[in-house]
Design a protein around this ligand. Sequence first.
Ligand code: 5RP
Length: 226
Amino acid sequence: MNDKQVVAQYALNYVQNGMTIGLGTGSTANCFIEALAQRYQQENLKITVVASSLVSQLNAQHLGLPLIAIEHIEKLDMYVDGADEVAPDMTLLKGRGSDLVKEKLLVEAAEQFIVLIDSSKQVQHIGDNFPIPAEVLPFAWQLVQHKMRNAGAQVSLRETGSGLAVTSCGNLVLDLVFNAELSTTALNNLLNATPGIVEHGIFQGLADIILLADKGKVTPITSEKK
Ligand code: 5RP
C-alpha cells in the first residue's frame, strides 16, 4: 500500500454506524472512497454518503455506496478529504480539483473535518508549492483579476488541456500567486471580502484532525477548534 492508501485505511477508524459522511475529491479522497466501500460491503455498515464533486459521486455510485444529494442534507457527521498543502497551524490549501464550493460547504456542515495527507503536503507557508485557487463567477473574472493584481498577485485563468477550466457550478478558476509579505490570514480575509469570488482554496481554522502518513506510518494531528 502507498501512503495515500495507508492514510485512507486509517481514516476508517473514525467511521461509525449511522453516520452521514462527506466524500472529498482527489486521489487521496478516492482511496478513502474505495476503503469505505470495501468496509461497507464487508460489515454491512449503516452509513450514508454525500459527494463533493461529480467525480467522487460517480466513484461512490460505482462502488455501491448509499449516496444522497447535497441538497438533501443539513449536516454531516464527518467530511474526509485530501489537501494540496498543510501549514504548521493546520491551515490548508485545497482546490487542484477545481471544485471548491461543495468542498467548503461540506467542511462547514461537518461535525468533524478529517484531512488525509502524506508528508509531501507539509509546507511552511500556504502558497509555497501551489498558487491559491479562487473560483469566480464567469462574468466577474476580469474585475477580480484586476483587484488581485492591485493586491500584488500574479494571476492566471486556469486552463485544462481542452480549454478553460470550468467548475461543476459553472464558474472559472483564477490561480493566484502572492508575494510572501501578505500573511495567510490577510489573504483569507482579502479573498473572503472580494465580490465575484464564490470560494477559494484557503481553509483556515477548519481542519479538526489531520492524518499524516509518512512511509507507511500514520500520525494524527488534532486541533482544539470546535
Ligand atoms: C481537490 C482537492 C484535493 O483534496 C487536493 O487537490 C489533493 O488531491 P490529491 O489527494 O490527489 O493529492 O483539494 O479540490
